[in-house]
Design a protein around this ligand. Structure first.
Ligand code: SF4
Length: 441
């Protein structure tokens, strides 16, 4: 739990020596509380202070990395609701391949996981993991499939009901940072040994939340921390309630045994998509999909992008003049803001209309058109200044600038600021740009 400045102050030496750069220990404590300083800047802090402050600085949901370089991070969440601050590490989507699947189907799935790419508002969205499910065959088949799956270049989750098979696969994939799933109270000790020796993470499961917390506490007390929670639930309502209870206990009560990322399995068909949406919203760590479905992947990745975008930082594109198609001196200039979603909608519609045009994107702090205008970030004088500084004034012979419909009120000011230009008021919605261009340009 976060400590206040006064609580931190009690842990500091109190000599006010200024070696940390702050004028007093109290000032330094206040900076620490606001996370604007690092305890390492005080060379006189005691071991006790380092221990207490280090524990307090740990996020309530422990971060766990997966993959050979542990680069796929899960956990480290600090809020229950996205709008309180932000969610940190997006739910990892894992696609299942099974030892019972025909080889051609497995090869298709692995290629799809490797190659699938959705580009949305300038971000590349991909599938994150492969789960190798030992649902048939011997250990050798399980290991062979796991090794083939590793070729897809994604971190693996390894699943088997046979702990000996899981331990053998863990050894064969040593150093790959896999997620072994799932250890029960009876199999946990053997699987922790395999995970520790071969560098993997381990998912835990138990019949109820109390037993799961007790198992997690036992393993954490023994020094193993790369853990996930896999809840044994029997209905969508129970799944939502259980994951919320666990996250609430971790965040509100600093209950460390439940302060771990979650692992969940989505069933097939529509129920799977509903479960997947629930997990992405609350509070999925690794979400296992039963197979590869491009339509489902597109929907889930889009939802995930929306949920995990920091609400305090609008996604922005660089403010500048963009060329759409092959614009020349006669081409029109369209205006929009540097909010990514707005930019990509407008540029996409201009492209779809087959137009070559200039797209002027002044800095509006990443706000949409109407918000930017209402906040005074999109003004006639500001746009005129931007256009002049961009060099468009000198490059164009036909000086036509199309305002977004929502920015119509700045037209007069813009005409004053850009003498010689024709200022047109375009449609309010990007989808109407093509019709506007045909009738007015
Ligand atoms: S260096 Fe440490 S002891 Fe000195 S003023 Fe800063 S916090 Fe206090």
């Amino acid at each position: 739990m976060a400590l206040t400045g006064l609580q931190i102050h009690k842990l500091l030496p109190g000599t006010n020596c200024k070696d940390c750069g702050a004028s007093t220990c109290l000032a330094f404590a206040m900076k620490l509380a606001q996370k604007k300083a690092d305890l390492a800047d005080c060379p006189h802090a005691s071991d006790e202070a380092r221990k207490v402050l280090g524990a307090a600085a740990e996020p309530p949901v422990r971060g766990v990395g997966l993959g050979p370089s542990r680069s796929l991070k899960l956990g480290e969440e600090t809020v229950l609701l996205r709008h309180e601050k932000t969610f940190v590490h997006p739910t990892a989507l894992a696609v299942t391949v099974r030892t019972s699947d025909p080889a051609e189907a497995t090869a298709r799935t692995l290629a799809a996981v490797r190659d699938y790419l959705l580009v949305r508002v300038g971000e590349e969205l991909r599938l994150d993991m492969v789960l190798v499910d030992h649902d048939a065959g011997d250990v050798a088949a399980f290991i062979a499939l796991a090794k083939a799956a590793a070729e897809a270049g994604r971190p693996l989750a390894l699943r088997s009901a046979d702990p000996a098979a899981l331990a053998a696969a863990a050894e064969a994939l040593a150093g790959q940072g896999c997620l072994l799933c799932s250890a029960t109270p009876d199999t946990a000790d053997a699987l922790v040994a395999a995970a520790t020796t071969h560098g993997h993470a381990l998912a835990l499961t138990a019949p109820d939340l109390d037993s799961l917390a007790a198992l997690s506490k036992r393993l954490r007390d023994a020094g193993f921390h790369d853990l996930f929670l896999h809840f044994a639930t029997h209905s969508p309502a129970e799944a939502l309630q259980t994951s919320t209870l666990a996250r609430r206990a971790a965040l509100r009560a600093a209950f460390k045994p439940l302060g771990l990322p979650h692992l969940a399995f989505a069933p097939a068909e529509m129920a799977g998509s509903v479960a997947a949406v629930r997990e992405i919203c609350k509070y999925g760590g690794v979400l296992v999909l039963p197979g590869f479905d491009p339509a489902q992947a597109a929907v889930l990745l889009t939802l995930r992008q929306n949920i995990y975008t920091d609400p305090q930082k609008p996604v922005q594109v660089e403010p500048k003049v963009y060329e759409i198609g092959e614009p020349g001196p006669e081409s029109p200039v369209f205006l929009t803001t540097n909010f990514s979603l707005t930019y990509f909608l407008v540029s996409g519609e201009i492209e779809n209309a087959g137009l070559s045009a200039w797209l002027a994107v002044p800095d509006c702090d990443g706000m949409s058109v109407l918000t930017a205008w209402a906040a005074g970030k999109l003004t006639g004088s500001g746009v005129a200044k931007f256009v002049k500084e961009s060099g468009l004034d000198d490059r164009l012979s036909a000086k036509r600038l199309v305002l977004p419909g929502y920015a119509a009120p700045i037209r007069g000011e813009l005409e004053d600021g850009l003498p010689g230009w024709t200022i047109l008021v375009g449609p309010q919605e990007a989808a109407d740009l093509e019709g506007f261009a045909k009738s007015r340009l």
